[in-house]
Design a protein around this ligand. Sequence first.
Ligand SMILES: [Zn+2]
Length: 592
Amino acid sequence: MYYKDELVDEVRSRNDIVDVISGYVSLKKKGSNHWGCCPFHNEKTPSFAVSQNRQMYHCFGCGESGNVFTFLMKYENYSFPEAIRVLADRAGIALPEIEYSEEQKKKNNYKKRLLDLNKEAATFFYMQLRNNPHGKAGLDYLRKRQLTDETMNRFGLGFAEKNGGELIAYLRSKGYEDKEIKDAGLATFSEQRGLSCLFWNRVMYPIFDLNQRVIGFGGRVMGDGEPKYLNSPETAVFDKRRNLYGFQYARSSRSKYLILCEGYMDVISMHQAGFGQAVASLGTAFTPEQAHLIHRYYQQVYLAYDSDGAGVKAALRAIEILRGEGMTAKVIDMRPHKDPDEFMKALGAEAFQARIDQAENSFFYEIRMLERNYDQQDPEEKTKFYREIAKKLCQFEEEVERENYLQAIAEKYFISMDALRKLVMSFAAVQGDVQPVQRPKSGIQSKDAASESTKKAQQLLITWLADSPGLYAKVRKYIVPDDFTEEVYRIVAERLFEGLERGSFQAADVISTFEDEEEQHMAAELFYGKLPPMDTRQEREKTFHDILYAVKKNSCDRYAKLQESNDMEAVKKLFEGRKALLELAKTHISLE
Ligand SMILES: [Zn+2]
């Protein structure tokens, strides 16, 4: 973190969260919380709670939670340094200059330089479209695609003229060196010809990051040149796997779902038609990193991919990635039209909304596409098809979910439910167990990621202890922060245990120990675990004991695995862990 923890804590504690959030959301006090309508998802009845005691907010609708910093970061799209500056200002606290290493400074400066250069280039293209006689071809093209001037401005569209040399001259006149122009991906260099522009005779689509900075460009050629679409190469500031076209607007659309399209023009015409939640990937296939990014803002994605063969293949791949990220997907059928842009022009926004409302569950879509590969008149082919269905059903980890899909599919394809269930079980047996869905690796997952249920137990334990600090004395004999297997959880547990040991703990401060927005979100969630309903003290005691036991047991299992590779530290920890586990099993913990 750039600032000392104490300073961050001070800025946080001098900005009361209820005061700050009241500036954005109208809040009403009810019980121990202040309630309002969630600014991060669409709702009519308030489920967004701000707690003065905890100095945190939590939405019971969409699960968003955090402290005063994360609120501003999310609501205003601020980076952490920006949020802390604004809040320090608000509380009249002077901040020291941030200290970077020399190397870091150099790297940051160069990145900033490339971003500035990109902005200049975008301005140049923008002017070319509007003020240059050559730009008329581009303007005619965009008008023919029925874009309004407002839309063109909103997306910063531009034009790269026929010979392309002028951009280089312009950038040089602004003080940029040839190396920088090349490093920004705007030109290539050869010994014979020197610097030559990458983009010419194209309508230009600047690509923005979340903070509205130009990180790259896409260009659509005028006439029949090849390639039809050309994108900037990856550069120090342009990472195609981690950005999405249109996401600078879509991240705050307040819609319940995101719409994923294939082309830039699709995104633009969707936004013009009022669908501000549309985005597209950047000339490459959809990536797990992009799914992860979307997941920070949305739980559900609607696919509006082309209806041709390539589009179907891309949609199937995207569904798999989204499922791996733990999100749900639906597929919008645009037939007989090819893509959203075409559809919008032919039938308009209302008809598109109707298609959204009828969008197909992604699993049914997958099965329907699978069906086309088998001749349903041939019994042998049909059997193969059923086997594939059964294999796919094995992907569902949760039995209830699997059973629901099994029923629905059996009905739809007139298969006997029992027969299909048997088939599923036989595959499950072959695979050892039901095959869990592969989750893509993101930087924040620990080496030995705990299963969902143990993670849940760890979360509930943190929530419970934060709510009832008195219990800590009864727990510390059995549980240590190392028992928390996720990296983020362990750090939170360390801070929590330290605080409880001292007798003062503020959850809101722990969140800002993390730099990454995703990690902050994970940390905040830990304080909002949802306990099952418990009516009697006995029930509460049993649940509490179960949670402790699950956490400790999982920790022992992990050390047992590590021990196999002769890790001496693990041997010792396993020994201590098993002792504590045994004792815990015999102990009744009273919640008096
Ligand atoms: Zn919400």
